[in-house]
Write a protein that binds this ligand. Structure first.
Ligand SMILES: Nc1ncnc2c1ncn2[C@@H]1O[C@H](COP(=O)(O)OP(=O)(O)OP(=O)(O)O)[C@@H](O)[C@H]1O
Ligand SMILES: O=P(O)(O)OC[C@H]1O[C@H](OP(=O)(O)OP(=O)(O)O)[C@H](O)[C@@H]1O
Ligand SMILES: O=C(O)c1cccnc1
Ligand SMILES: [Mg+2]
Length: 463
């Protein structure tokens, strides 16, 4: 299917990059000055091989999750200049540059470029090429910055997400809440996409849900709770039962009845006095709006003295009408302690009022969580079922960047290498083949690189 877009017709069926800012101009100026100099020297068609790799896994860890490949492929497959872009390059280059270079750029695409890559989402290790690009040296050079840009943050944040997943454990729900704290709109969209790839279950980012089909999840904020002043604000008080068979005309009254019952049984489930009634109004209102999906942020006033009992009153009223509440979110305080106390409260309610499964009500936690706090919580023991994580996850607070690089390893079939006083920066020349070797038990043991024409490693069958 041929599709016309603002950048001209596409020549293939691979869609354009998700972010329209990803064009041939999204690169460093020096790629164009080098491309010009290659062209001027008549070298631009020489066949080059570049490796894209990183030198050290991030966060002091032992592995990296490779991400960003799909966008690289989209970029390469659609690499073509518009006339407007050519004109911009003319203005950006020194006036002494010849027009012939622009004619050359007009016909440039990646039809002569070959790309070899490890599958996106793979666990990868330092120095192994994630992507190998072979093609005319001027064109491959023009791809460098964009490819490295597309892989660097994607792999960093996917790795960060995977590390959070490993600390939290498989059974926990991990929600990415970072959009408001991410590095701009593209940072936010990329974070949601690649945290999902790295093992998160859902995002609060609606645009990412639309673009990538990531499950959307969320709760509500303190503003919703504090916007209510009193239960009198609730005008429409009726609620139909889940099966539609009856209608409770005064759901607000039903909630109050339950709150009184809970308060009267306070000896068995911990003592609390009067709860905050404006908070109760907010919860009741939210339940009227979402009787099938009721959850409550319980830390606006006082988690144990107000938020939890108020939540339980609303959840029990919903239960009378055959709805099952979802749970609570904690966003401050000692999350280990509060989650355990909340769990005890729910279990006591289950026992006291004979409401099946009330004790297993979901408890979500958020508030400046990171790998370390997840680990501390685990060590202390907690009852959190879902973690909402924003700032530390999406900004990759623990490490600013993955040092991905794009290095020339061959030109015209001749090996090339970069020397450096810093031995870690010496590049490994030649086209390589990479193998992941597995032990008898099926675990990966080591990644092995051999030259393109060297024999493949053989399986040892002696034992
Ligand atoms: N049991 C716990 N063990 C270790 N860290 C915890 C525990 N409970 C909460 N934390 C973390 O401690 C920090 C508490 O931060 P802070 O004191 O700023 O929050 P707060 O005062 O509870 O709430 P607010 O966000 O309203 O200021 C957060 O990073 C949170 O994730
Ligand atoms: O803590 P993070 O990991 O970044 O997760 C996202 C935070 O965003 C929301 O808070 P909000 O921005 O409304 O303000 P707050 O920091 O005062 O809670 C939410 O309540 C979380 O606390
Ligand atoms: O849905 C939530 O609870 C949410 C979303 C974004 C940030 N903090 C919380
Ligand atoms: Mg916060």
């Amino acid at each position: 299917m041929e599709k016309q877009t603002e950048n001209g017709p596409t020549t293939n069926t691979i869609p354009r990059p998700t972010n329209p800012m990803v064009t041939p101009l999204l690169t460093d100026l020096y790629q164009y000055t080098m491309a010009y100099a290659y062209w001027k020297a008549g070298k631009h068609h020489e066949r080059a091989v570049f490796d894209l790799f990183f030198r050290r896994s991030p966060f002091g860890g032992e592995y990296t999750v490779f991400a960003g490949l799909e966008e690289c492929i989209r970029f390469i497959a659609n690499f073509k200049f518009t006339e407007e872009e050519i004109n911009f390059i003319r203005d950006a280059l020194p006036g002494t540059c010849e027009e012939g270079f622009l004619d050359y750029l007009r016909q440039v695409d990646c039809s002569e470029v070959e790309v070899y890559a490890i599958a996106e989402g793979s666990v990868v290790f330092p120095r192994v090429p994630l992507i190998r690009v072979e093609g005319p040296v001027a064109v491959a050079q023009l791809l460098e910055t964009t490819l490295v840009n597309l892989v660097n943050y994607a792999s960093l944040v996917a790795t960060n997400a995977a590390r959070h997943r490993i600390v939290a454990g498989k059974s926990k729900m991990l929600l990415e809440f970072g959009l408001r704290r991410a590095q701009g709109p593209d940072g936010g969209i990329s974070a949601s996409r690649y945290c999902y790839l790295g093992g998160f279950d859902a995002t609060s980012n609606v645009a990412a849900g639309r673009l990538f089909g990531i499950p959307l999840k969320g709760t509500h904020s303190h503003a919703f709770v504090s916007s209510f002043m009193s239960p009198d604000e609730i005008v429409e008080k009726s609620l139909c039962s889940a099966d539609g068979s009856t209608t409770c005309q005064d759901f607000v009254g039903l909630v109050h009845t339950w709150l009184n019952k809970i308060q009267r049984t306070r000896l068995s489930i911990g003592s609390f006095g009067d709860t905050n009634l404006s908070e109760l109004a907010a919860f009741t209102s939210y339940a009227l709006a979402f009787p099938n999906n009721f959850l409550a942020l319980v830390d606006t006033y006082d988690v144990l003295r107000s938020g939890i009992p108020n939540f339980c009153a609303v959840a029990l009223a919903l239960n009378d009408l055959r709805y099952k509440a979802i749970g609570v979110r904690l966003d401050s305080g000692d999350l280990a302690y509060l989650s355990c106390e909340a769990r005890k409260f729910f279990q006591a309610i289950e026992k006291e009022f004979g409401v099946p499964d009330f004790g297993t009500m979901s408890i979500a936690a958020s508030n400046d969580l990171n790998e370390e706090t997840l680990d501390h919580l685990k060590k202390q023991g907690h009852e959190v079922d879902a973690f909402g994580i924003g700032t530390y996850l999406v900004t990759c607070y623990a490490q600013a960047a993955l040092g991905c690089v794009f290095k020339l390893v061959e030109i015209n079939n001749q090996p090339r290498m970069k020397l450096s006083e810093d031995v870690s920066k010496v590049s490994i020349p030649c086209k390589k083949r990479c193998y992941r070797l597995y032990g008898k038990e099926g675990y990966a043991l080591v990644d092995l690189m051999v030259g393109e024409n060297e024999p493949a490693p053989k399986v040892c069958t002696n034992q």
